[in-house]
Write a protein that binds this ligand. Structure first.
Ligand code: 8GT
Length: 128
C-alpha cells in the first residue's frame, strides 16, 4: 500500500493549540486535524509545513522542534504523519481546505473528532 508523507503543525498561542476541520469536499471530511499537508519531492519537512500553512490558512509560524511521527493505516493508504511544535505568529485565517478552526486547550484534545492518525499525537501532547 502506498505511504504518503504528511507534515503537520502543533501550533501554540499561549496555552491554546490550533485545530481545523476538513471541508466536505476533502478526504477525511469533517475530521479535525493539525494543519499541514503532503511533502513534495525534494522539499524539506519544515519548508513544506511553512508552505502549507501559508497556502491553507494564510498563517505564519515559528517552527520549533519535531514532536512525534505516527504511521497509521487508513483503508486506502498509509500515512506517515510528522508533527512539529510551532509558535503562532500571525494569520489571515483565509481558509481554503477547512471549514472551521478553533484554538483549544491541549488537555481537551480528546473531545474533538480528530483524524485517526492524529490521536496518538494528541495523547502524547496531553501528557507533557
Ligand atoms: N494536513 C493534515 N493531513 C492529515 C492529518 N491527519 C491525517 O490523517 N491527514 C491526512 O493526510 C492527507 C494529506 O493531507 P492534505 O491536507 O495534504 O490533503 P491534500 O489536499 O493534499 O489531499 P486530498 O486531496 O487527499 O485531501 C489527507 O488524506 C489527510 O486526511 C493532519 O493532522 N494534517
Amino acid at each position: 500500500m502506498a505511504t504518503i508523507k504528511v507534515v503537520c503543525g502543533i501550533i501554540f498561542n499561549e496555552d491554546k493549540v490550533f485545530l481545523c476541520r476538513r471541508s466536505p469536499h476533502k478526504s477525511l471530511a469533517g475530521y479535525w486535524e493539525f494543519p499541514g499537508g503532503k511533502i513534495e519531492s525534494g522539499e524539506k519537512e519544515e519548508d513544506s509545513l511553512s508552505r502549507e500553512l501559508f497556502e491553507e490558512l494564510g498563517m505564519s509560524v515559528e517552527i520549533k522542534e519535531h514532536f512525534k511521527t505516527v504511521v497509521h493505516n487508513y483503508d486506502l493508504f498509509t500515512i506517515e504523519l510528522i508533527a512539529y511544535i510551532c509558535q503562532f505568529q500571525k494569520a489571515s485565517y483565509k481558509l481554503t481546505d477547512h471549514d472551521q478552526y478553533e484554538w483549544v486547550s491541549k488537555n481537551n484534545l480528546n473531545q474533538w473528532n480528530l483524524a485517526p492518525a492524529d490521536i496518538p499525537i494528541a495523547e502524547a501532547l496531553s501528557k507533557c
